[in-house]
Design a binder for this molecule. Sequence first.
Ligand code: NAD
Ligand code: LMR
Length: 328
Amino acid sequence: MTKAPVTVTVTGAAGQIGYALLFRIASGQLIDAETPIKLRLLEIPQAVKAAEGTAMELDDCAFPLLESIDITDDARTAFDGTNVALLVGARPRAKGMERGDLLEANGGIFKPQGEAINAGAADDVRVLVVGNPANTNALIAQAHAPDVPAERFTAMTRLDHNRAQTQLAQKLGVSVTDIRKLTIWGNHSATQYPDLFHAEVGGKIAAEQVEQSWLADEFIPTVAKRGAAIIDARGASSAASAANAAIDHVHTWVNGTPEGDWTSAGVVSDGSYGVPEGLISSFPVTARNGEFEIVQGLEIDEFSRERIDASVAELTEERDTVSKLGLI
Ligand code: NAD
Ligand code: LMR
């Protein structure tokens, strides 16, 4: 049975993540295999031609679900009536930079995009910010969309979640599907905290199945610094894995998390776990009926508390910085 079409706006459509993302959206992997897709591609004027080239290739795939492709350099046009907004367009960091160093260069992109979403997006709009620093850019966009429920603005930490899953699976010699209840807390940055104290493998706590030294000295830094390791190896920041995580994030948001499991996403804090209200921080979340909900009631030991607090302190600093820059 064919469903009503969904309008999906992708910013930075001519970039490397855009190239890895658009074909997967158009093939039906973002929502489901029955929902037609109307694509809106937003680019800066200099990159519109390259986006047109990608659109030609999308046409050449003859995707049954792809109803239309519109390309524009105008944010109002791009977000008019949009149901899913993937805010990817932003500068990536280069070798030796932290993602927070991009705040000044990229922050300014998200104010007009938040305003355009506020002005014209569909009532059910869901926004995922991928462009770095993702959490604080999401905060900027959200601050400029007062008519859109704040919880519709999210930031991507699913890539970190997926990275953590594979690191743990490889360590224990199990399949990624054997792992449940993994959590990325805090910022999508080197301070993020991948938590194994609530994660389960074969129904038992993951942290109890690995050496404490591996957890503290290998697992956490490997996951937290994976983005930099990719830049080092590839000479460019992650693209296909980032696009894959964006697909996972939205697919889960719309279709739900499995019973007995959760995922990680940067969502607006309601004050849970001592994270100041309003910050967009990564939490353990379930998704039901198209809404993310922060998992409540987890016990946080001292080891975890310290790390969550450090990442949240960084988010608070980033919020102060963009406030001083007049971006929120
Ligand atoms: P890229 O440089 O290949 O592409 C970025 C594109 O955005 C370019 O085509 C550029 O023209 C476009 N752009 C710039 N300003 C724009 C604007 N105002 N409106 C619309 N488009 C605009 O970069 P990329 O590798 O695709 O990465 C994009 C962003 O995603 C970077 O900030 C990167 O750091 C980030 N990223 C985040 C994650 C995550 O897990 N959250 C993972 C990987 C990359
Ligand atoms: C990643 O985690 O791969 C991205 O955020 C890109 C980066 O700058 O590390």
